[in-house]
Structure formats: C-alpha cells, structure tokens
Design a protein around this ligand. Structure first.
Ligand SMILES: [Zn+2]
Length: 336
C-alpha cells in the first residue's frame, strides 16, 4: 500500500497513528506516483517522463495495425506541411527521409511503423534470449513447445498478433547476432537505429541546425539544402499552370540556383551580407562553403551560419511576398 502523508493529515490522522498503522500492518510508506498494473498513479499532475513511459508501454504491449500507424503518420505529415490534420498539399520531402536523424538530413521525427516494430522487437529479443519472464515462459510453452525460436514459423491457425510478433522476429533475428544483443542488452534506441539501416551524413546539417539559428529559418534552410523549396520550375514540373518567370527580377526562369544566387535581388542581398559580416561569401554553394570555412572563433562561426541561414529564409520570404502583392521589394528594406 502506498500512502501520501498530506492526504492522511487532511483526513485528520496524525503521524503517530500512521506510524502505528504501518508497524502493525507491515505496509511501507510510499510516495506518489506509484505504479499499478504498469500505469503511473498520482493525485497531482504527472510529469512528462511519467506519461512518456505510459506511451511507450502502450506501444510495446500492442502490435498496432499498419493502417492505424499510417493514419497517425498522415496526421503528423499533414500538420507539418499544411498546419492542419487534413491533407492540404503534397509533401516536399518523403516521410521516410524526414524521419531520419538531423545529422543524416532528416528532421528526427519518429517513424511510427519502425518504432512499433522495435518495441515488439524487444519482446522477440526476450524470447530469443529465453528471458525469465512469465509471459515469455507462457509463449514458449503454448506456442513453441520447445522448438527453436529462431526458425519458428507460426501456423496458419495462429492468432494475428502472434503471426505479427513472429514477423518482427524474422526482421530482427539477424540483428540480434550481428550486434551481439543476445550477449548483452538490447535497447529500443539501438534497435531503432539498426532498423533504419546505414545512412549518409548530411554535411550541411551543422549549418542548418546551428544552435544560434531561429527555428523557422532552420526549417527553410533545411528545404533549401535539400533543394525542395517549391520554386516555379518545380511547380511547373508538377503540372501547375503558372508562368515560370522570377517575380523578383521579372526576367529569368525561377529555379533554385537563380532565386538564391543569380537573381539581381539575391546578388544584392549577398553583397549586403558580405559587407555586414566582412566575410568573403561565395556566389554559389553557400552551405558547402560554410562547412569548409575555417574560423578561429567558434562564436563568430555560429553567428555567420545564423546570418546566412537568416538570409536564405528572407530571400524566400520576400519571394513569397512578391508573388502575393506583385511588388518587388528592396533588399535593404526587407532583408536588413
Ligand atoms: Zn530573379
């Protein structure tokens, strides 16, 4: 039994009486929150950590149908691209690419499908290691009946849940040996990284996710780095009936390179930034230059990264303003 002193005082019971009750009952005084059937119980607002545990436990207990996971993903995806749970526009970046870590070019959003597989994978790991859990012993006795779990194939009469658990086992069984998880400890985090496969580092990630950046600047710079901003050439490639002329200069076709490097407006913007920072910024591949740039002062480096990313954001912002009101803005007025 878990008791909370403040509640008992409230009911008019004194500390001496509490001590007496505890001594004769054999109960121990506990604290909130405590767990009942794995669920945290508390009389006051629960911390985020308590709820996280609850979410993880829920996802770990159930093999969630793919349709449900895809629906959750769709809501997250629609919110990211359209600020709504309803489908608004086509995503600029594939969800799988977006779910990779930031250092690998994604946004670090959890992939629901993989996460659920990994959580179930923890159970299959327990079965692989013959863990001393009652549930594992029951599964071993009822389903496997002494057969080798690694090669076990469920019968067609097996339940949907059991067949799904076996399918997850088949995904992970090589990983358990490759990573020596059977000799040590399998963690959900390690399993999730393994399931994502080998990935290539995005060189530009430290610039785009520089700690001094404004978050909305980082997001646009991330799309810029992936060349996924919806410039007019891309819109036309999707079949949208628009003219392809750059609204900022009204002369050339608007594509990624023109908008950010070759347009008269952008050239003027970068000139302003060069003077302001007293740094020889390049006229092309700005993020690549940032990655290679050597600077003794780490603070100055972070500040230059933040300024570059802010300028990318503002070029894109002014371009969008120009599309709406058809007025070409002054770089000095809009950017600085
Ligand atoms: Zn232009």
């Amino acid at each position: 039994m878990n008791c909370d002193k403040s509640e008992i005082y409230f009911n008019g019971i004194h500390q001496g009486e509490i001590d007496y009750i505890l001594s004769i009952s054999g109960f121990k005084e506990g604290t909130f929150p405590f767990r009942y059937l794995g669920i945290p119980i508390s009389y006051k607002r629960m911390a985020i950590g308590d709820c996280t545990r609850l979410v993880e436990k829920g996802a770990r207990i159930f093999v969630i149908p793919v349709t449900v996971l895809d629906r959750v993903t769709a809501i997250c995806r629609n919110y990211l691209w359209s600020s709504s749970d309803q489908y608004g526009k086509a995503p600029s970046v594939a969800w799988d690419a977006l779910c990779t870590e930031k250092k690998f070019g994604g946004l670090g959003i959890v992939n629901c499908r993989l996460w659920n597989q990994v959580l179930i994978g923890k159970y299959t790991w327990w079965l692989t290691c013959k863990s001393d859990h009652l549930w594992i012993k029951w599964e071993d006795h009822v389903y496997m009946k002494g057969r080798n779990w690694q090669d076990y194939v469920p019968s067609l009469q097996s339940s949907w849940t059991w067949r799904k658990i076996c399918a997850v086992k088949d995904i992970f069984k090589h990983g358990y040996h490759l990573n020596q998880w059977c000799d040590g400890k399998f963690t959900v985090a390690a399993g999730y990284i393994w399931l994502q496969g080998s990935q290539t580092k995005a060189q530009w990630a430290p610039v785009v996710w520089n700690r001094l950046n404004v978050p909305k600047h980082s997001f646009i710079a991330w799309l810029f780095a992936k060349e996924r901003l919806l410039t007019k050439d891309r819109m036309r490639a999707f079949g949208l009936p628009i003219d392809g002329v750059c609204d900022l200069c009204d002369m050339h076709t608007e594509d990624h390179n023109h908008l950010f490097y070759h347009c008269a407006f952008s050239i003027r913007c970068w000139d302003i930034l060069r003077q302001w920072l007293s740094v020889s910024l390049p006229t092309q591949d700005i993020l690549h230059w940032c990655v290679k740039w050597r600077c003794r002062s780490l603070l100055k480096k972070h500040l230059v990264f933040a300024a570059v990313v802010a300028f990318l954001y503002n070029i894109w912002r002014v371009r969008n303003l120009c599309r709406v009101d058809m007025v070409v803005h002054s770089p000095t007025q809009e950017i600085m």
